[in-house]
Design a protein around this ligand. Structure first.
Ligand SMILES: [Zn+2]
Length: 240
């Protein structure tokens, strides 16, 4: 029986317990995509091995490919890529990023753009605790998935403004006469445009404010909506 070993660099998306001593880790690898693997014995000892396999760790791994679950054989941290420990706010934001990626990434299918976006967003979180990192990630993911929201014209009638609502069911911003979905302030619209228009660094200067809360709500809602639609599409496909 030929053993299949492979190496990859990846981010730990999630971990859960398996039996007394083992842990299952879900990793998004640069080359192998989303993979579930067993890390044996990590919960028995306080091994460095186990500490490296926490959510948000950026790691290089050597794996044995298994029939269902792969097995982690070696793991080392990629230097300089950790979130500041003890910073609960950034950790919470980082966990929102990996949770989103876990929902989006198919099993064992390379998604290099998603991997790059995730590593980029985690590095950004290493530099700033701006509340706009996660909403910007959601919007950029939507754009990468081919559902970039229209923010310049009303998606229903083509009027250029004022745009007062946001509804991803229709594809983006809506004017007063066509409005549906969530109401949207002019300030929030500006931030959304800046995020998708190459001015992310300006947005990341923003602290927490009613506008940042509104943008966060709009982006989260749009992202969840996209995920639900995809899950429905998958369910339909599986019934066929
Ligand atoms: Zn309209």
């Amino acid at each position: 029986m030929a053993e299949r070993l492979y190496r990859d660099t990846g981010v730990v998306l999630r971990t859960y317990k398996l039996g007394e001593a083992d842990r299952i880790v879900v990793i998004l690898g640069q080359h192998h995509g989303k993979v579930r693997a067993v890390a044996k014995g990590v919960r028995k000892t306080r091994s460095k091995f186990g500490a490296r396999l926490e959510p948000l760790s950026h790691i290089r791994v050597l794996m044995h490919q298994g029939r269902q679950l792969d097995v982690v054989s070696q793991v080392e941290l990629v230097d300089g890529d950790h979130l500041p420990l003890g910073d609960l706010d950034r950790t919470t934001q980082g966990l929102a990023l990996v949770e989103a990626v876990e929902m989006l990434a198919p099993d064992r299918e390379p998604v290099p753009h998603l991997y790059q976006m995730l590593v980029g967003a985690l590095r950004t979180l290493g530099r700033t605790s701006s509340p706009m990192v996660v909403p910007a990630f959601y919007l950029k993911v939507l754009a990468a998935e081919g559902v970039r929201p229209e923010l310049d014209l009303c998606v229903s009638c083509g009027e250029d403004g004022p745009l007062v609502a946001f509804d991803l069911d229709h594809g983006g911003a809506l004017c007063r006469s066509c409005r549906s979905g969530s109401p949207m302030s002019p300030a929030a619209l500006d931030v959304l445009r800046a995020m998708l228009g190459g001015r992310l660094n300006d947005v990341l200067e923003m602290g927490a404010s009613p506008v940042s809360a509104e943008v966060s709500h709009l982006a989260t809602h749009a992202f969840e909506h996209h995920i639900e639609r995809r899950l429905r599409a998958v369910a339909m496909f599986e019934r066929l």
